[in-house]
Design a protein around this ligand. Structure first.
Ligand SMILES: Cc1ncc(COP(=O)(O)O)c(C=O)c1O
Length: 377
């Protein structure tokens, strides 16, 4: 779908199947970034001249676009460098003593919580809601992925949200793998806090979003300090600004944020329903093809857009290297979900992940190479 909009796919002979790590960028995003640097690049929110004002307006516009995109208010959206920064800020802001995660969280949604009592809920046969209910009270944060970066499976966040809130807990959602693949609404997910990466959603590198509902925002004062985060200071005291400014200290990544606004426009012009439908069809083909390769193991649960594979007798790094010689880009390893691989005593996998610019031909190419490799097993 829309392959021609992605310059990298025009400039290189490559089958790109590593979008769970980072998506490619359409021409429209590159143009927005380029235009910022060529036409009005300046220090936003500080200097009073017209270049600065234009930059500030463009950042405000991106904030509006992102807020609309996830059904939030502008005042609830902060820009970060990615999901990792957003979740670190969140862990530093919240003071609950208990954290409930799933057994399949990215290190970015596990390591920042490791200074508290952690309960990791199994997801193999679906999240056990009764166990979740037992683990949540008013001293608990429940921090879960929306879609897994191992297998694209989704957690039932609406149901989770009800249980978490009925029991006085706070719900944090890591939406790094869902935003830009399916419609994500903070209202529908019931998230109090939600994080995602712009660079996985067709936006520039070094961009991310932290949504914090109005009720939770006070907790975020002082988690990041410096210029832009304060109204006034004396030598010993500071008057801190409210959210989102209190987590946006320092010069913002104006080019990236403006590019992220263009990415949101691009996604909305195509339509999230169409993107989801396209990836669903490709995922069905992936599953069908995978079932036909002798010895190929598919790890994890059934999901959309992300597939982790392994052969018993060929290392996954070796598979990825062979694929690379055939101009097929996949990722191999434990995909920053070491805890899941370790707890299940699984070897690293090679992961193929999709985005809207992939097509059936990419999948045919991938499986014809995997078939060839399978004889080494
Ligand atoms: C589910 C999930 N959470 C968090 C992250 C971290 O995102 P970033 O590296 O953009 O901060 C990733 C990246 O792969 C991810 O897949």
């Amino acid at each position: 779908m829309n392959k021609e909009d992605f310059p990298l796919l025009q400039n290189r002979d490559i089958t790109y199947l590593d979008s769970a790590c980072m998506s490619l960028k359409p021409e429209q995003v590159l143009e927005a970034v380029d235009r910022y640097y060529r036409e009005f690049s300046a220090c936003p929110g500080r200097s009073g001249h017209s270049l600065s004002r234009q930059t500030t307006e463009m950042i405000d516009e991106s904030r509006r676009k992102v807020a609309d995109f996830i059904d939030a208010e502008e005042s609830e959206v902060a820009f970060t460098s990615g999901t990792t920064e957003a979740l670190n800020l969140t862990a530093n802001a919240l003071d609950q003593g208990k954290v409930v995660v799933s057994d399949k969280e990215h290190n970015s949604n596990l390591v920042p919580w490791q200074d508290r009592e952690i309960t990791a809920l199994d997801t193999e046969n679906g999240l056990d809601i009764a166990k979740l209910e037992k683990a949540v009270d008013d001293d608990a944060v429940v921090s879960l992925h929306h879609r897994s970066n191992i297998d694209g499976s989704e957690l039932p966040l609406e149901e989770v949200s009800e249980v978490v809130h009925d029991n006085g807990g706070v719900l944090v959602v890591d939406a790094a793998q869902s935003v830009s693949h399916t419609s994500v609404s903070v209202e529908d997910t019931g998230a109090d806090i939600l994080a995602f990466s712009g660079h996985k959603a067709l936006g520039p590198t070094g961009t991310g979003v932290l949504y914090v509902s109005e009720e939770m925002q006070d907790k975020f004062r002082k988690v990041k300090t410096g210029g832009g985060a304060v109204n006034d200071t004396s030598f010993r005291t500071s008057d801190f600004r409210s959210f989102p400014h209190c987590v946006e200290a320092g010069l913002p990544n104006a080019a990236g944020i403006i590019g992220l606004g263009a990415a949101v426009d691009y996604l909305e012009n195509i339509g999230m329903d169409r993107i989801q439908e396209h990836e669903k069809r490709l995922s069905e083909l992936m599953r069908k093809k995978a079932a036909g390769v002798e010895g190929l193991q598919v790890l994890g649960d059934r999901g959309e857009g992300v597939f982790s594979f392994a052969f018993e007798n060929i290392g996954s790094h070796q598979v990825a290297e062979i694929l690379d010689t055939k101009n097929i880009a996949v990722r191999s390893g434990r995909h920053c979900v070491h805890s899941w691989f370790n707890s299940k005593e699984l070897q690293p996998s090679f992961r193929a992940s999709l985005h809207l610019y992939n097509d059936r031909e990419d999948i045919e190419e991938f499986f014809s190479a995997v078939e060839e490799i399978s004889v080494l097993n």
